[in-house]
Design a protein around this ligand. Structure first.
Ligand SMILES: *Cc1c(COP(=O)(O)O)cnc(C)c1O
Length: 394
């Protein structure tokens, strides 16, 4: 009954931009969530690829509690130790040189786009630079991020959107080549398209785009907001392709639940783009956010999270592959590590609704893809449990 009251309260006051699942989640433990009625759910969504460490991690929680008692916010006008450490650690694991911390993925995209524009502007003084983005991409909901999001349904009501953006087809190098001209300042893409339906970049495509960018001094922006932070078994998905971006965005699992994001770049780009006064944020990288990121990166290193993902990701991949061979309603299977998708010929919304009833949290992507982005700490037994429930539904 309590759940019903909370849902009514939300529907009565919160702006209706989401059709929510009928569950009021109350607390979590490990890779399980519990609603207000005490019902238990196996979580294969991780709050949309955020809760990499699952729920109730003692070491993570303790670090946050200590920082709350010490210092939460100071502004970026002063130095603070947690964010200095977080910056050094994030640069080290990414191999990039400079970072700017934000409060969300969308803001990281905005910063990345501004960096690319400033880099081009400082080079030739022009203000008509173009950006190449991909069809079926997702980069966020602010006007700038929406401008590079290749989804007409999300974009159209808000046009005209800022900047000159041209859309190429993901994994089609010729379509990128056809759009490049001397005004092109950046190519932006997700290394693995998430919201669009779990489409990994093909190696030849990513390498080809990188080559075009290198030849023409165009900046390659890789959006690692969903596929980064260990999800593919590499700290960042591009590391598995050996294609280093000039600028990278990161968020979601970077805070494991606390809202943070970041954009990073090479020293070369940093030196020739944003200068004091060109960009800023009140909250971004405050001491609390810094302590969160710093602790998350420590835990990833200490517990060998990427190695674990390689092992469990392979198992999940095998199990989904097996499932595809058994059920004719599964049209395709794609993914890397713990970022997997099943394309269905039956309505995916019905499957995720039934999963919820059966105590399994699953989300969808695109129009017809069931998306598997569980906490990175899941074990084989959880994969087996999920597959068992999914079989009943299919
Ligand atoms: C979620 C997501 C974003 C937007 O991040 P927010 O934190 O929701 O602003 C951008 N790009 C990709 C690839 C995402 O998955």
């Amino acid at each position: 009954m309590e759940g019903k009251k909370i849902m009514d309260q939300a529907e009565g006051h919160i702006l209706h931009t989401y059709n929510r699942y009928p569950a009021v989640l109350d607390h979590g433990e490990g890779v399980y969530l519990y609603d207000t009625e005490g019902k238990k759910y196996l979580d294969f969504a991780a709050g949309i690829a955020v809760q990499a460490l699952g729920y109730g991690d003692e070491e993570y929680n303790q670090a946050l509690k200590s920082q709350v008692d010490k210092l939460i916010h100071t502004s970026n006008l002063y130095y603070n130790q947690p964010v200095s450490e977080a910056a050094e650690k994030l640069c080290t694991v990414s191999g990039l040189d400079r970072v700017f911390f934000t409060n969300s993925g969308t803001e990281a995209i905005e910063g990345a786009l501004k960096t690319a524009k400033k880099y081009a502007y400082d080079k030739d003084g022009r203000t008509d630079h173009e950006i190449i983005a991909m069809n079926h991409s997702f980069h966020g909901r602010s006007l700038g991020a929406l401008a590079v999001t290749g989804n007409a349904h999300y974009r159209e009501p808000f046009e005209p959107l800022p900047g000159i953006v041209r859309f190429a087809d993901f994994n089609n190098l010729e379509s990128v080549k056809a759009l490049v001209n001397d005004k092109t300042c950046a190519v932006i893409m997700e290394t693995i398209q998430g919201e669009g339906g779990i489409y990994p970049a093909e190696e030849g495509f990513l390498k080809g785009v990188k080559e075009i960018c290198r030849e023409r001094d165009i900046l390659l922006i890789l959006d690692e907001i969903q596929c980064g932070m260990g999800r593919t078994g590499q700290m960042f998905a591009w590391q598995g392709y050996g294609v280093k971006p000039d600028i990278m965005t990161c968020a979601k699992a970077l805070g494991c639940g606390f809202p943070v994001g970041a954009f990073l770049m090479t020293e070369e780009v940093a030196e020739a783009s944003l200068k004091p006064g060109d960009h800023g944020t009140t909250y971004g990288g405050n001491p609390f956010a810094g302590a969160v990121i710093s602790k998350v990166l420590d835990i990833f290193a200490e517990r060998g999270i990427t190695e674990h993902v390689r092992e469990i990701g392979e198992y999940l991949q095998e199990q989904l592959c097996q499932l595809k061979s058994e059920y004719s309603c599964i049209a395709a299977h794609r993914g890397r590590g713990l970022m997997q998708g099943l394309e269905l010929t039956v309505p995916v919304g019905e499957v995720s609704n039934k999963a919820l009833e059966q105590g399994l949290i699953l989300i969808t992507a695109g129009n017809n893809v069931l998306r598997f982005v569980p906490p990175l700490v899941i074990e084989k037994e959880h994969v087996d449990e999920m597959i068992g429930i999914l079989k009943k539904i299919l």
